[in-house]
Design a binder for this molecule. Structure first.
Ligand code: SF4
Ligand code: SF4
Length: 476
């Protein structure tokens, strides 16, 4: 391992790494725009210039380490060049942070204040470019804000492999454009370019001007959109910025979904379905227990379900593949010997959805099928003869194939016509209201945390199973 010196600190460096990588690993920050740990090196923004004794200035992102090299990341010459680079980058930039969705998490804003902090020295009028140009149905570009780092182009070339973005024209006429065959619109990973754009050039149409990032906070979660179980952050309104009058729904809704870097599962990326998962989680909720379609108190409905369980001779349970590891264990503990239990497919791929690929997307559109199948059998082609009670936990059950005459207990979270067809309907909480773990297709266990308080009138499945088992004498 070659020994190098960064700002006087002796470092045993990995000889295959660049000065920028070694510096990052050892707590020495070097600013950059175009470099990204998961993309090839472009070296075009010049922001990571450092001084090497005896060699002068060069970019750290493309500089291999060599034994004995002495690197200075904050010398007077480096500082002067960084200022000049920031002056150059903002030469034609509109600096419209006041209305930009990226404000508050913009690398250009941060670097400008840290390393320049001065108004433009140029007296020449700025060159204007296209504002709000459609790259796809999901994404807009403000070309005036673009600093031509090329991260978005490299992402579609190297990660999503659609090669659907490129640079048109030259010099200060350069613009990022999508290929004319519409490939960018079909790229199921396209929204990752919004995250990696270091400025506010690439904008989500769904989130445009919706909120300011400083009003939001992230909660660690797991995307339930497929058995990959990508680590994500659900962003929602901070308690101290709670809306008390206008549109209070914003207090309990997911404002956006972003990836949470997890090298074991998804790296720093997620697919667009994961970005849109709030639409699935925030469908109209079932908030009232029912007996044969008529509203009932939760405790009354639990009593009715207990009586059905106590009376059944041959009960069958269809277990949710969206249940957490904790809920599955609770069901097995309380009802493992009482019900014949089979894992149900709660969600199938929707029309037009990418079913599977060799990047992230997996064919099973349920987050915890692996853990559920390890505890319970898969659904049989037909119900066992004599089935007189079916406990259905979660979505995806075709009520028309249930055995005639069998009683039905249904645990669900969303409004659906089937709720009223059950003898007992019990409303249960959703992922954003509880904590737990899912086990993905590869056996990686991943935790999710609650973002919001439980909706009034609903129960957690885990405590519901304990309550249902408690007084009917079900053997543990
Ligand atoms: S749009 Fe953003 S990511 Fe793409 S080149 Fe411009 S600044 Fe870089
Ligand atoms: S790959 Fe699967 S788990 Fe990951 S974001 Fe997409 S749908 Fe969600």
């Amino acid at each position: 391992m070659p020994e190098i010196f960064i700002n006087g600190q002796a470092i045993q460096a990995d000889g295959d790494k660049t000065v920028l990588e070694v510096a990052r690993e050892h707590g020495q920050f070097i600013p950059y725009f175009c470099w990204h740990p998961q993309l090839s090196t472009a070296g075009n923004c010049r922001m990571c210039l450092v001084e090497v004794e005896g060699r002068g200035l060069d970019i750290a992102c493309n500089m291999p380490v060599s034994a004995g090299m002495k690197v200075f990341t904050d010398s007077e010459e480096v500082k002067a060049h960084r200022k000049a680079i920031l002056q150059f980058i903002t030469l034609n930039h509109p600096v419209d942070c006041g209305i930009c969705d990226k404000a508050g998490e913009c690398t250009l804003q941060d670097h400008h204040y840290t390393y320049n902090g001065e108004p433009s020295v140029s007296s020449i009028p700025k060159v204007h470019a296209t504002k709000f140009h459609d790259l796809s149905e999901r994404i807009l570009i403000d070309n005036e804000r673009c600093i031509m780092c090329s991260r978005c182009v490299r992402f579609t070339n190297e990660v999503s492999k659609t090669c659907s973005l490129g640079v048109q024209e030259r010099g200060d006429s350069s613009v990022i454009r999508a290929s004319e065959d519409g490939r960018f619109g079909k790229d199921p990973y396209s929204d990752n370019v919004i995250d990696i754009c270091p400025v506010g050039a690439l904008l989500s149409k769904a989130n445009l001007y919706k909120t300011r990032v400083w009003y939001l906070e992230p909660t660690r979660s797991v995307c339930p959109g497929c058995e990959r179980g990508c680590s994500v952050q659900f962003w929602h309104r901070r308690a101290e910025w709670k809306l008390n009058a206008l549109d209070q729904r914003q207090n309990t809704t997911i404002a956006r979904v972003t990836p949470l870097d997890n090298p074991e599962v998804n790296g720093p990326w997620i697919c667009n379905k994961g970005r849109d998962i709030a639409k699935a989680l925030e469908r109209p909720r079932a908030l009232e227990a029912m007996l044969k379609g008529k509203g009932a108190g939760l405790s009354h409905a639990i009593d009715a379900a207990r009586r059905l369980i106590a009376a059944a001779k041959s009960p069958v349970a269809l277990v949710s593949s969206w249940g957490s590891n904790e809920e599955l264990a609770s069901f097995r503990k309380h009802f493992g010997s009482r019900f014949q239990s089979f894992v149900k497919t709660d969600c199938a791929a929707e029309a037009g959805e990418v079913v599977a690929d060799n990047i992230l997307i997996k064919p099973d559109k349920n987050p915890n099928g692996t853990a559920a199948r390890a505890l319970f059998g898969s659904s049989p082609p037909a119900f066992p003869a004599g089935t007189d009670l079916v406990l259905i936990w979660g979505e995806g059950c075709n009520f028309s194939v249930l055995p005639a005459g069998a009683k039905i207990i249904f645990l669900g979270s969303y409004l659906a016509p089937e709720n009223g067809h059950a003898d007992v309907f019990l409303p249960v909480s959703v992922q954003t209201e509880r904590r737990g773990h899912y086990t993905n297709f590869a056996g990686v266990v991943n935790a999710f945390e609650p973002c919001f308080a439980k909706a009034p009138g609903v129960a957690d499945a885990e405590s519901l199973f304990a309550a249902l088992a408690a007084s009917v004498g079900v053997p543990a």
